[in-house]
Design a protein around this ligand. Structure first.
Ligand SMILES: *Cc1c(COP(=O)(O)O)cnc(C)c1O
Length: 380
């Protein structure tokens, strides 16, 4: 959809710089988390692997297989799958699999036997988040069974993983507890005869704040894309710009209402610009009445309730011609809103803004973060 009026520019340079920063911070122990289409950023595997990541982490086997099919040869870990997932294809494609329960471990083991191979497994302990991961009470039994299957040859336990619940608040006492649970879990695994070569607890926040450092790998997602959940780092660069173009514009008299329900009524004469992007493209409808965009170097409020396919910008005294470029969000260096501001307007987090941009928006990978000129935007 190269002629789509809205474009998501992916600044590969920023992703490379962020990856290199984390590689430096962790001594080269970065697993780049590319789940959910790389948090909405698209094909970035090459960028992260060339700038210091040593492996890749995703949620599902399907995501992992897509990466293999696109030529990625580095280790890939898939950590969340139902028991009937396609573990056979995963084992054949040399995908590491995290398991958090005995039924999952058995399913992976059986798939490995069926394809005549051995599954590379990471045992996942719930360190206290109460979400994914094996409950601590069942951990010892899971390790015992894994050890037995390893002896029989169907699995090879290469890793132990955990995930922290409060790492964005480094002073929270839960962090210390979760580190201890994790360290104990690794010890228990070793006592059951397992020899995991990679232990990994920290994601972005735990790495930036330091509360999850000291293990073999860091699973970095948000940080690669310039998002720091802890708000501590000033070294990260945002990597997306969402742009669109004005379709039509019009003068509006005082009293003109805009959009479903006429939530907005112009108090005085103004100009309105129609933008061909809406909640069907990922703009959060809950930001209606608060959000702004950048047009001709100035912030303009979006007025009225967002529609599925369009929103309306109030451009005041400026009549904006059709085709004029509009920046919905970007890194923020040129006065445009950031995804973080959109998150505040929508009462959510930045992750949700960047992962929801729809398929009608063309993804364009760029190697510089310089602002886009109108000509470039037209011909990109
Ligand atoms: C998403 C995810 C990560 C990455 O977390 P960030 O905070 O985005 O770095 C790491 N581990 C697991 C299990 C995840 O689900």
């Amino acid at each position: 959809m190269t002629d789509s009026p809205s474009q998501l520019l992916v600044h590969d340079d920023a992703i490379r710089a962020n990856t290199a920063y984390f590689a430096d911070l962790t001594g080269g122990r970065v697993m780049a988390v590319l789940k959910a289409d790389a948090f909405g950023h698209g094909a970035v595997a090459r960028s992260v692997l060339e700038s210091g990541a040593s492996s890749i982490g995703v949620t599902s086997v399907a995501e992992a297989l897509d990466l293999r099919a696109s030529g990625v040869r580095s280790p890939i870990l898939s950590w969340l799958n139902p028991v009937d997932a396609d573990f056979e294809s995963a084992v054949v494609a040399d995908i590491d699999l995290a398991v958090s329960s005995t039924p999952l471990l058995m399913a992976v083991s059986r798939a490995a036997v069926r394809v005549g191979s051995r599954a590379r497994v990471h045992l996942h302990i719930d360190v206290g988040m109460g979400r994914d991961g094996c409950p601590a009470e069942e951990w010892s039994a899971l390790c015992t069974i894994a050890s037995e299957l390893q002896r029989l040859g169907s699995v090879h336990v290469v890793g132990v993983m955990g995930h922290m619940s409060c790492a964005d608040r480094p002073e929270h006492p839960q962090n210390q507890r979760e580190r201890l649970v994790f360290a104990n879990a690794v010890r228990t695994a070793r006592r059951r005869g397992l020899a995991p070569s990679v232990t990994h607890l920290a994601a972005t926040a735990a790495t930036v704040t330091g509360v999850g450092r000291g293990f073999d790998l860091h699973r970095i997602g948000a940080g690669l894309y310039g998002i720091d959940p802890s708000g501590v780092s000033d070294r990260l660069r945002r990597a997306l710009s969402l742009t669109t173009r004005v379709v039509t514009s019009r003068e509006a008299r005082a009293g003109t209402g805009v959009g479903y329900g006429l939530d907005f009524v112009a108090e005085r004469g103004t100009n309105l610009a129609l933008l061909p992007i809406g909640y069907g493209d990922g703009l959060p409808r809950s930001a209606s009445g608060r959000a702004e965009v950048l047009v001709r170097g100035r912030r303009r409020p979006l007025v009225g309730r967002f529609s599925m396919d369009m929103v309306v910008a109030d451009t005041g005294d400026d009549r904006i011609p059709p085709g004029e470029p509009v920046t919905v969000f970007g890194p923020g260096g040129d006065g445009e809103p950031t995804a973080a501001e959109w998150a505040r307007w929508a009462n959510t987090i930045e992750h949700e803004i960047v992962t929801r941009i729809g398929t009608r928006v063309a993804r364009i990978h760029r190697t510089t973060t310089s602002p886009t000129s109108p000509q470039e935007a037209m011909h990109a």
